[in-house]
Write a protein that binds this ligand. Structure first.
Ligand code: NAD
Ligand code: UDP
Length: 318
């Protein structure tokens, strides 16, 4: 297949590039480095089946040739990043999604939208199944991200229903792993880096809010499986093991340094109190469920952060 991937220099995007190249596909990656990393592109630049185009997807997709699949993963994903770039985040969810959908429509390609558990907002139904419509503050600090993704889902369904595009929508729950940006401000990167520096872990609020953490390889496997079936509604991809942020801090301490302290900082506005995917649909449709337990995924992540910190080039198996 010839695959177009927006957001290829991001955390998830770089793992998708690696997997697709490993499976023999040709990949054209597009990214403007709003929240991505040049070193994620450099990993693959010498690969004969990888091409990179530096461009803002919201302005258009200046790419050549035709594609069998178009995957739209471009968008800042960490709360500090999208709150620093609220307009760009709305645009890449709106115009960016439309440019990618138009390309898929032109080529008769399969289209995939990377949506998010954030479409459920601060959920009143727990765990969250795909048919829960969510509880989102449309004017809050997180709305630039939540509403952009909700619009992107609506646009994707409109292109499917009205133009017959072969679409997929995944709702990704908190995902972590190697190649996250150390300064992205998400809880996994903050805690791992604080612990590696011997600093106290910054817990927001009382740390009683919950999240469910998925290792990136599990997500990539779910994406590959969903591309292989004809299903057009949204599909949750996440790990249903749920932890309070305090529990999570405890695990990081156990793993890196049990003597580390905890400092409590104010709870950010509109921070969801609980989040856990109902993955019944993905189990039944794809025969998929997460395989990597949290401790094992964190060990791999910590090892990679240590390596990058020491400036050693990463080896990729493509
Ligand atoms: P990331 O920030 O590491 O990667 C996103 C990439 O998109 C970056 O390389 C960024 O530079 C690029 N980008 C942003 N705006 C762009 C634009 N206008 N034009 C071109 N490139 C642009 O984030 P990630 O964690 O890899 O997330 C990837 C996708 O998955 C996003 O769409 C995100 O919303 C979704 N997602 C991720 C998670 C998660 O936990 N990682 C959870 C839910 C949804
Ligand atoms: N969080 C925290 N300390 C940090 C960073 C985040 O306690 O240093 C909390 C944050 O308030 C949220 C959870 O951890 O409740 C997950 O935050 P993250 O930014 O990783 O992702 P979110 O799920 O909120 O998009």
């Amino acid at each position: 297949m010839r695959i177009l991937l927006t957001g290829s220099a991001g955390f998830v995007g770089s793992h998708l590039v690696e997997r697709f190249l490993g499976e023999g596909h040709e990949v054209v990656g597009v990214d403007n480095y709003l929240s991505g990393q040049r070193r994620n592109t450099e990993l693959f630049l010498r690969h004969p089946r990888f091409r990179f185009v530096e461009a803002d997807v919201s302005a258009g997709l200046p790419v050549e040739g035709t594609f069998d699949a178009v995957l739209h993963f471009a968008s800042p994903a960490s709360p500090p990043h999208y709150q620093q770039h609220p307009v760009e985040t709305l645009l890449v969810g709106a115009q960016g999604t439309q440019h990618a959908l138009e390309l898929a429509r032109r080529d008769g390609a399969t289209f995939m939208l990377a949506s998010t558990s954030e479409v459920y907002g601060d959920p009143l139904v727990h765990p969250q199944p795909e048919d829960y419509w969510g509880h989102v503050n449309p004017a809050g600090l997180r709305s630039c991200y939540d509403e952009a993704k909700r619009y992107a889902e609506a646009l994707t369904m409109a292109y499917h229903r009205h133009h017959g595009v072969d679409t997929r929508i995944i709702r990704i729950f908190n995902t972590y792993g190697p190649r996250m940006r150390a300064d992205d401000g998400r809880v996994v990167t903050n805690f791992v880096n604080q612990a590696l520096r011997g600093e106290p872990l910054t817990v927001y609020g009382e740390g009683l809010q919950t999240r469910s953490f998925q290792y990136v390889d599990d997500l990539v496997e779910g994406i590959i499986r969903l591309l292989g079936v004809s299903y057009h509604g949204p599909v949750n991809l996440g790990n249903p093991d749920e932890y309070t942020i305090l529990d999570f801090a405890e695990i990081i301490r156990d793993l890196i340094d049990p003597r580390l302290g905890i400092v409590y900082e104010p709870m950010p506005a509109d921070d969801p109190r609980q989040r856990r995917p109902d993955i019944t649909l993905a189990r039944e449709l794809l025969g998929w469920e997460p395989r990597v337990p949290l401790r094992e995924g964190l060990e791999r992540t910590v090892a990679s952060f240590r390596e990058v910190g020491e400036g050693r080039p990463e080896r990729v198996g493509v």
